[in-house]
Design a protein around this ligand. Sequence first.
Ligand code: 5RP
Length: 236
Amino acid sequence: MLKGGASVVHTISGSMSRDAQKRAAADAALEIVLPQLTRDTIIGIGTGSTTNCFIDALATHRHKFDAAVASSDASAARLQGLGITVIDLNAAREVALYVDGADEVNGAMQLIKGGGGALTREKIVAASANEFICIVDESKLVAKLGQFPLPVEVIPMARGLAARALVAMGGQPVYREGLVTDNGNIVLDVFGLDLSDPLAMEPRINAIIGVVENGIFAVRAADVVLIAGPDGVREL
Ligand code: 5RP
């Protein structure tokens, strides 16, 4: 928590555009991250437009930490382009922090992620990190997960098999045309699933043969959620 535990992190006069909200959430995350950085720190970095704002803000502080672990090739390229060293997760002694966006966030800091197709690596890095800071604009906040179609990464040859299993669970899977994940797999975006119990549903979907990972982040939820709205950033 920032500034003596205040729940409003930043207040801004006037009304912010959605892009400005993403930047504000990223700046608020940086304020939490900076005091924790040492020369040995490895920081985990997610994927997406909000995370890109964080990467850009982090770049001027690149000499204050050791390296980053990236959840996608795209984020690795952006980090490296800004002079930040990127290492393989297996070479990281410890990942102190993970900063990433989300497609939906509920009041229990459980998430849907994978709108950018990077859900599997995102979940691996999040699971490796001591602290997960999620940064979103307020359009991502929901009472119940599931309006956003749930991304499910699937081994290509299991596409039909996994889709039929998802239909049997009450979902309507849609093949995300043209997307091959960084792991060489496909993504099914699943509409209509009942996600009222995210902790139960996450392992149930992962038990489908051919599913690599799904975009429910409940087993490893966020530790901190920073929500940017038109008037500033608050912590959930
Ligand atoms: C990528 C993700 C992103 O975090 C999620 O899609 C949010 O992206 P954005 O910040 O662009 O709205 O899970 O796989």
